[in-house]
Design a protein around this ligand. Structure first.
Ligand code: SF4
Length: 463
C-alpha cells in the first residue's frame, strides 16, 4: 500500500473518479471582481472554453448578461506563446467596448506554459503609448492551485496593489472614507452594506461592487458596459482611506487588499469574520462604531432586537437539530456561527477551499456547540456524502451544487451562497447583518416546519 494518502484513497474499492468538487475555478472569482469595477471588462488570457464555462455559471446565478473576453488560445499559441493573441484581444476589446479598464486573469493553460503576463502587458502599454488606452490590471489565477475564492481574493488584492496610490487628488477624495472589502457575497448583501454605511454616515469604497452590474433594472436596450461598479478614482484613493474593513476569518494572517493598504500606506485594517448571524454582525457594527465614533443607528438596534425576539419564538423548532453546511470557506464559517447561536449543531462543515485556516475558524465559532462538529476543507460532494450518511442531518445549507447529495440523504437543502442555479433569485439572498440573519433564521425554521408537516401522517396544519 502506498504511503501517499491521495494515492491510497484512489486505490480504495469505493473510489469513483467523478467527485463533484465543492469549489469552482479560480479565474471565475477574478472575473466576478472585474465585473464589480465601473466600466471594466473581464478578460481571460486563455481558451474560449474557459470563458464560456464561467459565463454559464455566473449568468445562471445572476440572470444577467456577463461578457468575458478571451485571448482565444489555439494549438499554435499553446506551443509558440499567446502574446500575439493577447495583443489582438486587448485591441479588439478596447475598440468594441471602449472600457475604462480591462481586468486580465490567467487560466490553467497560460500558467502551465509560463506566460509572463506582467511583461506582456508592459510591452503592450509601450506599443500603445500616445494612444488613448484603458487601464490594464492583471492577476495570476491558476485554477489547479486554488479555488474561485482564491481567485476572487487574489483579484481584489491585485487591483488594489496596482491602482492604489497616495496623492493630492486621492487624499481630497478619500478624506473620512472607509474601504470595505466584503468578499464574495450576494448583490443584495452589497446593497445592504452600502445602506449600513450610509446610515453610519461613513463614505465608503465598497470593492468589488457588482450589486448593479450583475443585478440591474430592466433596460430598453442591451448595454455593452452595464452601469454601476466601484469607480476607478475610488480605487486609486483606497491608499488614503481612514480605515479598511475586510470580511473573512480565513483571510487573517494572509496577504490581502487590506493588509497591503495597511503595510504600504498605513491604512488601519479591521479584519473580521463575515457578519452572518447576530454575534458576527455585532463585531461588524462595533467596528463601525469605533471607526465612525457614532453609536449603531436605531434602525439596526431595532433589527437586532427583533432578531433576538425571533430567536426566542423559534427556539422550540430549531433546538437540537443537526445541519450540514457547505460552500465557500468564509460563508460556511458565518453560517456555522449563525446555526451554533440558535441551538442547531452544524455537524459537518465542509468546503472545497484550501486556505488552511478553515478548520480553526469553524472551531472558533462553534466552541460552545454541545455536539462534535466535523470541519473539513478541500472537500468534494462524494467525500461529504461518505461522512454525512452517519451524521443524521435534518437539513443541508449551501449552494445548488449540494442538491444531489441532499436528495440522496432525503433532507431539504436551503440555498445560500454561490452558485444558486436551480432556484430563482440567488443574487438577492440576503446573508449579512441582522436583517440577513433574520431572513436566514425564518428560512431555517420554515424548512424544519415544512419537513415535519410533510413527513407526518397526521398532516398538522398548526405547528
Ligand atoms: S481549464 Fe482551468 S481555468 Fe479553464 S475552466 Fe478549467 S479549471 Fe478553469
Amino acid at each position: 500500500m502506498s504511503t501517499n494518502p491521495a494515492i491510497e484513497r484512489t486505490q480504495s474499492p469505493n473510489w469513483v473518479s467523478t467527485r463533484n468538487p465543492c469549489k469552482l475555478c479560480s479565474p471565475l472569482g477574478a472575473s466576478l471582481v472585474m465585473r464589480g469595477i465601473e466600466g471594466a471588462v473581464p478578460f481571460l488570457h486563455g481558451s474560449q472554453g474557459c470563458a464560456t464555462y464561467m459565463r454559464r455559471y455566473i449568468i445562471s446565478h445572476f440572470r444577467e448578461p456577463m461578457d468575458i473576453a478571451a485571448s482565444g488560445f489555439s494549438e499554435a499559441s499553446t506551443i509558440f506563446g499567446g502574446g500575439p493573441n493577447l495583443r489582438q484581444g486587448l485591441t479588439n476589446v478596447a475598440a468594441q467596448y471602449k472600457p475604462a479598464l480591462i481586468g486580465i486573469a490567467t487560466t490553467c493553460l497560460t500558467e502551465t506554459i509560463g506566460e509572463d503576463l506582467g511583461l506582456m502587458l508592459h510591452e503592450y502599454r509601450n506599443s500603445e503609448e500616445g494612444r488613448e488606452a484603458p487601464e490594464l490590471v492583471h492577476v495570476s489565477t491558476p485554477s489547479y492551485s486554488g479555488t474561485h475564492m482564491e481567485g476572487f481574493h487574489a483579484a481584489v488584492r491585485a487591483v488594489v496593489e496596482q491602482l492604489a496610490e497616495p496623492g493630492a487628488e486621492a487624499t481630497a477624495y478619500a478624506r473620512g472614507f472607509v474601504n470595505l472589502f466584503p468578499g464574495m457575497v450576494s448583490a443584495s448583501d452589497l446593497r445592504h452594506l452600502k445602506e449600513i454605511m450610509r446610515d453610519f454616515e461613513l463614505p465608503v469604497t465598497l470593492f468589488p461592487d457588482y450589486s448593479e452590474t450583475l443585478d440591474a433594472p430592466v433596460l430598453d436596450r442591451y448595454m455593452k458596459l452595464p452601469s454601476g461598479g466601484t469607480p476607478i478614482p475610488s480605487l486609486r484613493a483606497t491608499a488614503s482611506a481612514l480605515s479598511s474593513v475586510e470580511f473573512g476569518r480565513t483571510l487573517r494572517g494572509k496577504k490581502t487588499a487590506a493588509s497591503h493598504l495597511e503595510s504600504s500606506f498605513g491604512v488601519p485594517a479591521h479584519r473580521i469574520g463575515m457578519p452572518v448571524g447576530a454575534r458576527e454582525s455585532d463585531v461588524f457594527f462595533r467596528a463601525l462604531e469605533e471607526i465612525s465614533g457614532r453609536p449603531t443607528p436605531a434602525i439596526y438596534a431595532a433589527e437586532r432586537g427583533r432578531l433576538m425576539d425571533a430567536y426566542v419564538d423559534g427556539h422550540k423548532y430549531v433546538f437540537g437539530k443537526r445541519a450540514i453546511v457547505f460552500g465557500d470557506e468564509d460563508l460556511v464559517v458565518g453560517l456555522a456561527a449563525l446555526l451554533a447561536e440558535i441551538g442547531i449543531s452544524p455537524v459537518l462543515c465542509a468546503s472545497g477551499g484550501t486556505s488552511g485556516a478553515f478548520v480553526q475558524a469553524i472551531e472558533e465559532v462553534t466552541a460552545d456547540c454541545p455536539v462534535p462538529v466535523v470541519a473539513r476543507d478541500n472537500m468534494d460532494f462524494m467525500s461529504m456524502g461518505e461522512i454525512a450518511r452517519d451524521l443524521a442531518p435534518d437539513f443541508m445549507i449551501g449552494s445548488s451544487k449540494g442538491a444531489r447529495l441532499a436528495r440522496e440523504l432525503g433532507v431539504p437543502l436551503i440555498r445560500a451562497g454561490f452558485p444558486v442555479h436551480d432556484r430563482f433569485g440567488g443574487q438577492r439572498i440576503l446573508h449579512l447583518g441582522y436583517r440577513g440573519a433574520q431572513q436566514l433564521f425564518d428560512l431555517v425554521v420554515n424548512t424544519l416546519l415544512e419537513r415535519k408537516q410533510n413527513s407526518s401522517p397526521i398532516g398538522y396544519s398548526y405547528l
